[in-house]
Design a protein around this ligand. Structure first.
Ligand code: 13P
Length: 256
């Protein structure tokens, strides 16, 4: 089974509209027609930057998708400060990150919330990028695989096979995010393989083999090749290295 690679940039809370347009334009200027066959390229800027970034890519007619970093599961209503699936849909978002460890850690997002968000996104035909990953304490305890696979089961609870296929899973060990301390390719592969095995238990091997599992956590142009060479790692969810066109483009080109 050959799965197309994916490189998704999570800009987190960075870039004003002006800065976002400049970065999107810089990436677009380096676009290469070989990209779409080798790799799905996605940028996930803050909500206010989604439309401006999307407009740059549409104007330039490049196959680069935009994704959000969060969403609420209700379609509309009295949820001050929240953004719904129909709002993202109208902008043309193809993806949405959910369950990032920063949202779980700082904003109390639970496995149940992630599951509700995944269902709402799928119903709205936006592909969820579901983040899972353990803390250093869990890794040191030796319970990483149990912990991460339980997060996967909870995120996919009640989602049937045909719909699960549309989802992407991103394994992001918390201790590797923004720390410069990358998981070794073997460590990342071990967990990504366990994630795929969990998906296979839930949905069968055909579906699990068709789904993409990304690695995230200090991925950069220096370590990307070995990580994406692992059999169960289908690309990256990139933080810091996605904030500069030069390094993000190098990560995309590592997939060619
Ligand atoms: P860094 O690449 O900055 O470690 O961030 C990874 C991440 O959290 C992407 O979602």
């Amino acid at each position: 089974m050959t799965r197309k690679k994916m490189m998704a940039g999570n800009w987190k809370m960075n870039k004003t509209i002006g800065e976002a347009v400049a970065l999107a334009q810089d990436i677009s200027n380096q676009y290469d027609d070989r990209w779409p066959d080798a790799c799905d390229v996605v940028v996930c800027p803050p909500f206010v930057d989604l439309k401006p970034a999307k407009t740059v890519f549409e104007f330039d007619r490049v196959e680069i998708s935009v994704g959000a970093q969060n969403v609420h599961w209700e379609e509309s209503g009295a949820y001050t400060g929240e953004i719904s699936v129909p709002m993202l849909k109208e902008i043309g978002c193809a993806y949405c990150i959910i369950g990032h460890s920063e949202r779980r850690g700082y904003f109390g997002e639970t496995n149940e919330d992630v599951n509700k968000k995944a269902k709402a996104l799928i119903a709205g035909q936006i592909k969820p990028i579901i983040c899972v990953g353990e803390s250093l304490a869990v890794r040191d305890e030796g319970t990483t695989l149990e912990f991460v696979c339980a997060q996967v089961r909870a995120a996919f609870a009640g989602i049937d096979a045909g719909l699960a296929k549309e989802c992407v899973v991103a394994y992001e060990p918390i201790w590797a995010i923004g720390t410069g301390r990358t998981a070794t390719p073997e460590q990342a592969q071990e967990v990504c393989q366990a994630i795929r095995a969990t998906l296979a238990e839930m949905y069968g091997t055909d579906i699990a083999d068709a789904m993409r599992v990304l690695y995230g956590g200090s991925m950069n142009p220096g370590n990307v090749k070995l990580l994406i060479a692992q059999p169960d790692i289908d690309g990256g969810l990139i933080g810091g290295a996605a904030l500069k066109a030069e390094s993000f483009v190098q990560l995309i080109e590592a997939c060619l």
